[in-house]
Design a protein around this ligand. Structure first.
Ligand SMILES: NC(=O)c1ccc[n+]([C@@H]2O[C@H](COP(=O)([O-])OP(=O)(O)OC[C@H]3O[C@@H](n4cnc5c(N)ncnc54)[C@H](O)[C@@H]3O)[C@@H](O)[C@H]2O)c1
Ligand SMILES: O=C(O)C(=O)C[C@]1(C(=O)O)C=C[C@@H](O)C=C1
Length: 365
């Protein structure tokens, strides 16, 4: 691939453009908000000038409700040799596109619906990074009519972004993401909504647990209305299952308040059941690079809010010969201090702890 056109220079479009540009592809950036295309270009994601002929690949990265129209317009104008979109839902936009192309003389052969399973709760080009898709699954939904050229160009894009291609049927994809993305998003919003009118004294105590559960609740509601509107059935079915678990758990907790010992025992059983099923499900969440989950242990280091602290910790860990697999930073509420959790292989814990303590860090394991 030598040339690409990204329509929608937001988080996903600009991230893909950054990856392609770094691999030598000439990327043209288009957005109905010209400032966004200009911002993406200033970040090194490509040029906001229009291409002077058809590009190899047109990447449509606009909100799901606008995808079919944007792809159809690009196809009718002959902007590329192949076209793909990156929307979070696949069945609806494809059917909509089919309807829009009817009678235009265009068919769907040069189009491929795709979905990178990577993202952020932030939107826009300023949130984009060139490594956003590294090691993440990128779903491709070809049909038997898809051109080999379109599929190969999509595979090249996935490879340039260092993502992992996964081929799926569009409707099967939508059922799968209802489970692993859309239903969890709503549950996160519902948990976060409890905080809206909560007392400040309670909110000040927020720790890592609630941060993990509510991060995605900060996402743009307009984008998520589009996503959920295109996949309502599967998401509603899953939320009904969550709702049944909620009812059971409320019943079990009420039983724990009972004076009657048998009822209390049943309550413990009910609570234990949901916690154990949660453990079992959580172990199935894949780890880094889509591999089987690995168990890391946390070495927690206290830092103060001064420049260069993280760089010093990493340098000290490297000197100790311990590989850091993942990092989380917890800022202490209302203080100029925080904790850095360094996730390492269990056998590296004592070596790293000792090395960091020797270099003056306050460490908790
Ligand atoms: N945010 C995520 O985590 C994530 C992850 C994977 C896939 N996606 C999908 O990627 C797509 C883009 O999402 P995003 O997070 O980058 O959103 P974003 O809001 O950051 O970017 C979307 C961009 O599209 C532009 N736009 C809207 N309509 C347009 C049109 N008709 N023509 C040209 N430009 C138009 C907007 O101005 C905006 O700059 C969506 O379809 C979304 O479902 C998002
Ligand atoms: O990490 C996040 O912020 C996301 O929500 C990313 C996430 C997800 O994993 O659910 C959200 C929607 C996209 O379609 C793909 C990825």
């Amino acid at each position: 691939m030598r040339t690409a056109l990204v329509i929608g220079a937001g988080l996903i479009g600009t991230s893909a453009a950054l990856s392609l540009t770094s691999r030598g592809v000439t990327v043209h950036l288009d957005d109905h908000d010209l400032d966004r295309a200009r911002t993406a270009a200033s970040l090194g994601a490509g040029t906001d000038a229009a291409p002077d002929g058809p590009v190899d690949l047109v990447i449509v990265a606009v909100p799901p409700a606008h995808v079919a129209r944007a792809v159809a317009d690009a196809m009718v104008r002959g902007l590329g040799r192949a076209y793909l979109d990156v929307a979070s839902v696949k069945g609806g936009p494809r059917r909509e596109l089919e309807a829009l192309l009817r009678g235009t003389g265009q068919d769907l052969a040069a189009y491929l619906g795709t979905h990178p399973m990577a993202g952020k709760e932030k939107s826009g080009p300023l949130a984009a990074t060139g490594d956003l898709f590294e090691g993440r699954p990128w779903v491709l939904t070809p049909t038997r009519d898809t051109d080999t050229e379109a599929l190969n160009l999509a595979l090249e894009l996935v490879s340039f972004c260092r993502a992992v291609p996964i081929v799926m049927d569009a409707d099967a994809h939508d059922r799968a993401v209802a489970l692993v993305s859309h239903m969890p998003h709503l549950v996160s919003s519902m948990v976060a909504a409890r905080l809206e009118n909560a007392e400040e004294a309670a909110v000040r105590l927020c720790g890592p647990g609630i941060r993990d559960v509510t991060r995605i609740a900060a996402s743009d509601p307009r984008m998520w209305i589009d996503i959920l509107s295109a996949n309502p059935g599967p998401v509603a079915d899953l939320l009904a299952e969550v709702s049944a678990d909620l009812d059971e758990t409320v019943r079990a907790l009420r039983a724990l308040q009972s004076e009657d010992e048998t009822a209390r025992k049943e309550g413990v059983g009910g609570v234990e059941d949901v916690l154990r099923r949660g453990n079992a499900g959580q172990t199935r969440v894949p780890g880094k690079h889509g591999s089987a989950p690995r168990v890391y242990e946390a070495v927690v280091v206290l830092i103060t809010d001064q420049p260069g602290q993280l760089a010093r910790i990493f340098a000290d860990a490297e000197r100790a010969g311990v590989n850091i697999e993942d990092v989380r930073i917890e800022h202490a509420t209302g203080q100029q201090a925080g904790h850095v959790q360094l996730m390492v292989e269990p056998q590296g814990v004592s070596q790293l702890t000792q090395a960091l303590r020797e270099r003056g860090w306050a460490v908790r394991t």
